[in-house]
Structure formats: C-alpha cells, structure tokens
Write a protein that binds this ligand. Structure first.
Ligand code: DOR
Ligand code: ZN
Ligand code: ZN
Length: 417
C-alpha cells in the first residue's frame, strides 16, 4: 500500500510525504513514491494513537461493552493499540482471562488489545494475583483500577514483584474511607446541588503513598487519571527528585469542571470527580511541562440503565474513546497549548514508552500503525452515532475540531469513515 499526499507528523517535524507500507511495516517515507495507492489529499497522518486506560467490560459486563464493540469504537476514535483494565467479571487476575481477552481481540481483528492484570485476586485487596503467569500470558501492566489497594504492605509487595517481572503498576488513587460515599468534588457545586462531596485529599493521599513506595523501593510507578492541582504538584516534585513516576490524565479533566454537575446529568459522574477551574488549569500546565506524561480516555462505557437513575445511584464513568482525539485537539492544540507533534507525544509516543509497546512514531522499518485525521473538520458529538455500547458522555452536543478519517493497524485499514 502507498499513501500519497500525506502531511505526516514525523520525528523531525511535519512533512509532506508519500508513505509506502509492506508486510505491516513502513517501508519508505519520501517526497514522492511511484505506484498505485490512496491519495490522502493532504490529510494529516499521525503515529497510531495508543490509549493505555480503557474498560472493555468483557468478560462479564457485555451489556455495557464487549471486546468487539470496544475495538470498533477504538479504531473509530483513531486508536491502534489499547490497554484494557481488569475490573471485569471474573476479574482479570489470572492467565486464563488474560489469554481469553487476547484471543477474542485477535478474532475481532481491529486494534491491538493489551490486557492489564489485577494486582490482587478478585481485586479483593487480600492476596497478590498470579503476576508472573499473567505476564507470561501477555499482560502488559498491573492495576487495581476502579479502586485502590488499601493495604500498603501488599501494595509495596505488588510494586516490587511487578518490577521484578518487568511490569509497572497503574495506580487508581482513592482513599476509600475519606471518599466515604462522595460522588462529586467537595466544594461550591457540591453544596449547591446537595450532592455528597469528596475531597482532593482522597486522591492526593494515595498519589503521595504510591510515590513514597516507588521512591523507597526504587521501582517505577504510574499514576492513573490525575484530576487535582495538588496531585499534579506531588508528581512534579517527585519527578524533580528523580522518582520513577509517570502519570496520565483524561480529556474530561482538562475540558470540564464540576460546574457541569449542576443539571444533575449523571454522565458527568466520574471517578475521580470533575474538579474546579484551578485544577483544570493545573492539569493543562502539568501536560505542558511534562509532569503529566500522557492522555488516556479511561473509557468507561455504561448501559443506559446504569446512568438513568438518581445521581447518587448512577455508575461512575464516561464513554470517551470516540471523542478523545477531537477533544484533545480542540482543547490543547486549538487552545494554543500544544503543537500537533506535542499532542502525538501525549497520545502515542509516551504510552508506548511507558509500557514498552511498539509504535509511537512514523519511521522507516517501524510498525505501520497510523491514524489519519482531518484537522480542519468540525463536527458535533452525538453519542447515538457511537460504535461503543456506552452512550454516556457529558460532551453530547458539543462541537469539536479534528476528525479521524482512517485507522491503519499493521498496514491494514481497520477503519475508514
Ligand atoms: O469513572 C470511573 N469508571 N472510574 C473508575 O475508576 C472505574 C471506571 C469504571 O470501571 O466504570
Ligand atoms: Zn480508575
Ligand atoms: Zn479506569
């Protein structure tokens, strides 16, 4: 396959090139390559986007999403590789479930799916899961996502074992006792709505704990979905001291604040909760100065029935994989914070580096995972058009810029608008 007339985001800048692909690899990048092919007409070609924090819900919660619908949503969102979290049923805490997910994803044959194994058996926080066996079966990281491992000694052991097996723990940071049933950020808007609030400290305390553990043990750690200004500062300080900490945030934390909860739309209910303007600005600054390494979606699809209830009762989560690129492009590139190269670093190169995955760059000899986008197209977010079974987005009706046109995985077109 030859892609003609590409505006490619390469390591040494954005260039007008043709790209030839053979056997799933990029063969040649040159100003003109002879031969039949696809004329991209100047569309922008990015290294395949990588989302290292996704909930695919299979096995067990297929009413919310399954591997097939989740992968269709992923390639529509421009993602060539995704990592799926272990809060399935049964929990992804053993090699059988890890293998099942990998095999099912291979059958579906859209994007690459990398399972994340649970830290403890059944995510019950009592005994470590079979870390070595999960690694051997293809798990790329460990996480207790959805909750925190409460027992600090157990978490220390997990980080040490993970590191011995060449894995990293992806930490969902939440002091459950302090959250105490809170559903939104504690502040003006929780008071206004009467919804129960949860302090920033509930997140920050565990971010600080994980940093302390990683620093004392001399192992790497990754902090999930950072939402607080104070959490950004903890990570910034730790990085300055040389702690091996990396961190992610999500489009909803740099686009929305807790003002969005005033209409009681349960699609604004997410964990950690939407915070305040000073948090939103600090998240953007954290992305800008490198404190926050990458952008993930925390794609958390839920069934209509899980959201169409009182705010207190509704499930936490946002279906985000089909809106992530456009929201990030609109907010950060259109917003003047980043160049498109810098956005690619956050959405492709950094996650590849953190997890040791292939991809993250367009280069000769490299894997032909590519995301082709129209950076000028504006469109309106309409969850009815989502491939994901989860229609739960607080961004419904919003106009965004940047549209995924085609997604190429291992040299094959897996999505075309
Ligand atoms: O909002 C969230 N939804 N946060 C989590 O930590 C879990 C996720 C889910 O699984 O729905
Ligand atoms: Zn989480
Ligand atoms: Zn999650």
């Amino acid at each position: 396959m030859i892609l003609h007339n590409a505006r490619a985001v390469l390591k040494d800048g954005v260039k007008k090139v043709d790209i030839s692909i053979e056997n799933g690899k990029i063969k040649k990048i040159a100003s003109a390559i002879k031969g039949e092919g696809i004329d991209l007409g100047g569309l922008t070609v990015l290294p395949g986007l990588i989302d290292m924090h996704v909930h695919l819900r299979e096995p067990g919660f297929e009413k919310k999403e399954n591997i097939e619908s989740g992968c269709r949503a992923a390639v529509k969102g421009g993602f060539t590789q995704i990592c799926c979290m272990p809060n399935t049923k049964p929990v992804t805490d053993n090699k059988v479930v890890v293998s099942y997910i990998k095999n099912r994803a291979r059958e579906v044959g859209l994007c690459k799916v990398h399972p994340v194994g649970a830290i403890t058996e059944g995510q019950e926080g009592k005994n470590l899961a079979a870390i070595g066996a999960m690694k051997a079966a293809g798990a790329v990281a460990l996480s207790e996502d959805g909750k925190t491992v409460v027992n600090t000694k157990l978490m220390a052991n997990a980080m040490q074992y993970a590191s011995d097996f060449g894995l990293i723990c992806l930490c969902h940071c939440e002091d459950h006792a302090l959250v105490d049933g809170g559903v939104v950020n504690e502040g003006y808007h929780s008071t206004l709505t009467g919804l129960k609030g949860s302090l920033r400290a509930a997140e920050d305390i565990v971010i600080a704990r994980e940093i302390c553990l990683a620093e004392s043990l001399g192992v790497p750690v990754h902090i999930c979905h950072v939402s607080t200004y104070s959490g950004v500062q903890l990570i910034r300080d730790a990085k300055k001291r040389g702690v091996q900490v990396t961190a992610e945030t999500c489009p909803h934390y740099f686009t929305l604040t807790d003002e969005a909860i005033v209409g009681f739309d349960t699609d604004t209910k997410v964990n950690p909760p939407l915070r305040e303007e000073k948090d939103r600005l600090a998240i953007i600054e954290g992305l800008r100065d490198g404190t926050l390494d990458c952008i993930v979606t925390d794609h958390a699809p839920h069934h209509y029935d899980d959201k169409n209830v009182e705010y207190d009762m509704a499930a936490f989560g946002i279906s985000g994989i089909e809106t992530s690129f456009a929201l990030s492009y609109t907010q950060l590139v259109q917003g003047g914070v980043f160049t498109v190269e810098q956005l690619v670093e956050k959405m492709s190169a950094a996650p590849a580096r953190i997890l040791g995955l292939e991809g993250g760059a367009i280069e000769e000899g490299g894997v032909a995972d590519l995301t082709i986008v129209d950076l000028n197209e504006e469109w309106k977010i309409d969850p009815a058009l989502f491939e994901s079974k989860g229609k739960n987005t607080p961004f419904k009706g919003r106009t965004v810029r940047g549209r995924v046109k085609m997604t190429v995985v291992d040299g094959e077109i897996k999505y075309k608008e």
